[in-house]
Design a binder for this molecule. Structure first.
Ligand code: RP5
Length: 164
């Protein structure tokens, strides 16, 4: 597990270390906004008990949002969501065999009652999950609200200044 020194507010959970190359983009985005977070591997299939225990204790530990990434038969986000009322953001990993369509459908198609906010497959989803997590925190954090507005301004300026 990697963690910042202060109390983490966001957890970036992934089903395998092989997901880290993609999910590092979520961690880097959170770091850019100065949001304390932790990143760790937990699997719905390979470490089911540890995954459910993590989710069940997440709120008590002070976490506010969980980002959950998995590939293939991707049950991780749904399983974590089943054990906490914290918002869970799912990021489907790009799988080798089906290019992430399997991950996308198994993450997004939650039955009514246990929501998972599902982002895009792969790197865009990892970055957007982090931005959405920051936006959730920003509802009660004016400093993060301002940082998100500055981020949007910078992004727009960069595009408007493109030369071809
Ligand atoms: C999922 O299986 C993981 O989230 C990963 O995307 C996929 C493959 O895992 P490895 O076989 O690379 O560990 O559980």
């Amino acid at each position: 597990m990697s963690s910042t020194t202060t109390q983490p507010l966001i957890a970036v959970i992934m089903g395998s270390k092989s997901d880290w190359e993609t999910m590092k983009n979520a961690s880097d985005t959170l770091a850019r906004f100065g949001v304390p977070h932790e990143s760790r591997v937990l699997s719905a299939h390979r470490t089911p008990q540890a995954a459910t225990e993590f989710a069940a204790g997440a709120s008590e530990r002070g976490l506010k949002v969980i980002i959950a990434a998995a590939g293939g038969a991707a049950h991780l986000a749904g399983v974590l969501a089943a054990h906490t009322i914290l918002p869970v953001l799912g990021v489907p990993m790009e799988s080798q065999m089906l290019r992430g369509m399997d991950s996308l459908l198994s993450t997004v198609q939650m039955p009514a009652g246990i929501p998972v906010g599902t982002l895009a497959i792969g790197k865009p989803g990892a970055i957007n999950a982090a931005l959405l997590a920051v936006a959730i925190l920003a509802l009660q954090r004016p400093d993060l609200h301002d940082k998100l507005e500055a981020f949007r301004r910078e992004q727009a300026e960069k595009i408007l200044n493109e030369t071809l």
